[in-house]
Design a protein around this ligand. Structure first.
Ligand code: NAD
Length: 280
């Protein structure tokens, strides 16, 4: 028996990376999966490989698209049990004083407003089922500002607070709201997906390069894989997490536990005399 037998899930950004790995895992655990993504053809190809899945074209920054994605799942399978608000991109980069208001708006719309919209339109359907689970994709950048992508961090910090705010509001309806906060994960996002036509080989080559680059960024000496995050999403979406809500679970190979110390690991691991305080 699967952990999600008979459940209906919407996954935004489900065509690639963390969303695609989650779509595959959810399907393997018995869920029916609607993949909502800008990359519609890729999403359709993935859906065709899963037992009971479909794809819709969706820009998560647009209210009508998010509402339509949720409704597509409800009309196809009769309800909704899980909403995974996951779609994202790198957002504006560069100094704040050179960032345009348009770039600011686009960053917040795709990374933060999307989570608000996904929650807003999923909640009534989850309530109608007597409960359900919302999982949002935040980031380690929710807790630590990144250099060069300041607004990404601002938006992802907002995702953590949106998770907590929705969790306390929706708990009485049996709806749990949690977030995953990935560290450095080898997907097309950090690999700077090529613009224009989707080229699977080029994407894979880019991901392979970031695997190498990320290997020593965190105490566990390898890049995160999309499946590492998908496993946590499954946990939070399933009944295994029945008493967990408002949580933002960090999945980062230990990055936030002490990244600066890794660089000094020689100093840490070398045995030294304990420097006792000796009163004179
Ligand atoms: N990869 C990492 O290191 C990392 C770290 C922390 C957080 N994240 C977050 O994980 C989530 C998934 O990213 P990923 O790493 O799997 O990258 P990815 O690029 O492989 O997947 C992102 C997916 O979102 C889709 N998407 C982008 N903008 C969209 C929009 N406006 N509407 C609908 N779909 C859209 C893309 O088409 C793509 O399929 C994002 O929210 C990202 O910010 C990633």
């Amino acid at each position: 028996m699967g952990k999600l037998d008979g459940k209906v899930a919407v996954i935004t950004g489900g065509a690639s990376g963390i969303g695609a790995a989650t779509a595959r895992l959810f399907a393997a655990e018995g869920a029916r999966v609607l993949i909502a993504d800008l990359q519609h053809e890729v999403a359709e190809q993935l859906a065709a490989t899963l037992p009971d899945a479909a794809a819709v074209r969706c820009n998560v920054a647009r209210e009508d698209d998010v509402r339509a994605a949720v409704e597509a799942a409800v009309s196809r399978w009769g309800g909704l049990d899980i909403m995974f608000n996951n779609a994202g991109f790198g957002g504006a980069s560069g100094p704040i004083e050179e960032t345009t208001v348009e770039e600011y708006d686009m960053t917040m719309d795709v990374l933060l407003k999307s989570v608000f919209l996904g929650t807003k339109y999923a909640a009534p359907h989850l309530r109608a089922r007597g409960g359900g689970a919302i999982v949002n994709t935040a980031s380690v950048c929710s807790f630590e500002a990144g250099v060069g992508n300041q607004l990404y961090s601002v938006a992802k910090a907002g995702v953590v607070m949106m998770t907590q705010a929705a969790a306390i509001e929706l708990a009485e309806h049996g709806i749990r709201v949690n977030a995953v906060c990935p560290g450095y994960v080898a997907t097309s996002l950090p690999a700077s997906r090529p613009r224009g036509e989707y080229d699977a080989e080029e994407v894979e080559a880019g991901i392979e390069r970031v695997r190498g680059r990320f290997a020593d960024m965190q105490p566990i000496p390898r890049a995160g894989e999309a499946e590492d995050v998908a496993n946590a999403v499954l946990f939070l979406a399933s009944d295994d997490a029945a008493w967990i809500t408002g949580e933002s679970l960090v999945i980062d190979g230990g990055l936030l536990a002490g990244r600066p110390w890794r660089k000094l690991s020689g100093t840490i691991t070398k045995r030294r005399e304990i420097a006792l305080y000796r009163p004179r």
